[in-house]
Design a protein around this ligand. Structure first.
Ligand code: IMP
Ligand code: MG
Length: 198
């Protein structure tokens, strides 16, 4: 039985009551993550890259991506505070947990779950760039480019998403739904005008 059917069949699963539809199945995510891992493994041979993720949304993607990479890598995580959409539009992003590893002279691959306006990513890339890595590239699972305010080159991209608010596979709505193994669209009545980051 595929995982989506298991979730739908569980009548006690209150999370499913708020999901309108499955947008990207667990199987399709896994397939794409393997392709991304293969591309990264090819491109970074001999470079020992540092993969950097921003908690918490990147949790599932990072866990699967690193296991699809077949060359030596190092992994680090940062955490940023979840400001409102308004605050982020002013470029306000606060790092609440910094990197453990020094990245000066290293090849850095920044891993993100979703890029919407690009403001969060822009802030983070700039602050990592100040540490003078040998290179810095971006790998994103979901690209929502309808609201892009800052255009950033994305080296590895999983899927393009339309302008829906999606949850699951690490992505949350007010901290819920991160544990869905697939990516789903919330029912409109569940959504309020507020956006959640993190
Ligand atoms: P940006 O600064 O507008 O690019 O915001 C990106 C951040 O917003 C992501 O790291 C997510 O935390 C959050 N985000 C954007 N779109 C979604 C979505 O559809 N579902 C869940 N989180 C989202
Ligand atoms: Mg995020």
């Amino acid at each position: 039985m595929i995982v989506e059917d298991l979730w739908k069949a569980d009548k006690n699963n209150v999370l499913m009551d708020e999901i309108q539809s499955v947008y990207v199945s667990a199987e399709n995510i896994q397939q794409r993550v393997i392709e991304l891992g293969q591309a990264i493994s090819r491109d970074y041979v001999g470079k020992n890259p540092v993969l950097v993720g921003a908690l918490k949304g990147v949790l599932c993607f990072m866990a699967d991506l690193i296991r699809a990479i077949t060359i030596p890598i190092e992994v680090d995580l940062i955490a940023i505070s979840s400001y409102s959409q308004e605050a982020r539009q002013k470029g306000l992003v606060r790092m609440v947990k910094d990197l453990d590893l020094p990245i000066t002279g290293r090849h850095v691959l920044f891993v993100e779950d979703v890029i919407d306006t690009g403001l969060t990513l822009n802030y983070l890339i700039n602050s990592l760039r100040a540490r003078q890595p040998a290179s810095i590239e971006v790998c994103v699972l979901f690209d929502k480019n309808q609201h892009r305010l800052i255009d950033l080159p994305i080296r590895y991209k999983g899927f393009e998403l339309p302008d829906y608010f999606v949850v699951g596979y690490g992505l949350d709505y007010h901290e819920r739904f991160r544990n869905l193994p697939f990516v789903g669209i919330l029912k409109p009545e569940v959504l309020f005008n507020r956006r959640q980051s993190g």
